[in-house]
Design a protein around this ligand. Sequence first.
Ligand SMILES: [Zn+2]
Ligand SMILES: [Zn+2]
Ligand SMILES: [Zn+2]
Ligand SMILES: [Zn+2]
Length: 350
Amino acid sequence: MKCLNCRTEMTNNLVQTKKDRMSYDICEDCGSLWLDAGELDKMAFQVDGSIEVCSKDKVEDASGPGKDCPRCDGTTLDKVSFVGSGLFLDRCANCEGFWLDGGELGLVNKELLDIMPVKGKGFSEFVNNVHLPYWYKRVRKKSSETDFKVDVLPIKGAELKSQTEHVCPTCQANLNIYTVFGIEFEGCSTCKGVLLNRDELSKLKDKATRDTWRELRWMDDEVEAVGRANVMPSGRTCPKCSGVHLVTTCFGDSTILIDWCSKCNSLWLDRDEIQGIIEYLREKLNKLPSDEMKKKVLDEIKEIWTGPESKISEILDAKAAISALINITIFEHPSLCQRLMLLSEVIPIR
Ligand SMILES: [Zn+2]
Ligand SMILES: [Zn+2]
Ligand SMILES: [Zn+2]
Ligand SMILES: [Zn+2]
């Protein structure tokens, strides 16, 4: 791993304590740090609960394009607010690692001190190799000896099953079959778009409308709102129906545009659209009346969707998938469907 600020080869430190093993990469020139998912939490061992989970929301970054994630090809780091504070850190939405510029760890430490009492020297003990109790052991290596890559999957937590003959409407690569939460879907390994068909969607929709999901009725708003949404022809072709063009419509009452095939009812979501939907749903979730309600909903989801790890990110990703599926009911709306059909037939599509 090369430093994202000064391109110096970084040094990987593996710190062994009585309790845990911590690994981080540091630039010995400018003091920048790379912390993989979970490492910041391990460093903050005196703090109860996770300090990484709070940093989900991306904020607009006025300082130009984000840095590239050193773990995930083709992924840029987002600026996120550290535990809702005025401190903004670079974080990868795919591998959930943090990039800290030189000195930022000190700011994290300071922020934590404001929130809750932390004994000792906080993070500096690890990073500066000072005040280390005798039972610490540290192994230093060149980062390049310990580097690894994290796959960017069309939907987080998905598993690759097989290849298909279908062609990606966005980048023309062949689509693969993936599974996530027990549901199969087609996706593109190159551009990370996903194709969700009606059956897959209904399966999830059925789960989502079970009695225990009554709290999620607010999702219906999105479904109804789509009836009022504008529909535009898209220049893309359905991967399943040769020669049939997709049409573009809005997701819920958001401004996120999704592509739909009026013949086979498949829904095509670009990578950024999935991300957008996740953020849109996260916002919706935040607007729920009370914290208690929020917790209840999260518990419900946890129960139904037992992902590989029960992390909030996975729950939210599951919600995005579900909502995308619920959204398909709009296409069962006869008048909208007719409108879509008319549009796709009448309007010449390039
Ligand atoms: Zn550096
Ligand atoms: Zn990453
Ligand atoms: Zn593609
Ligand atoms: Zn189709």
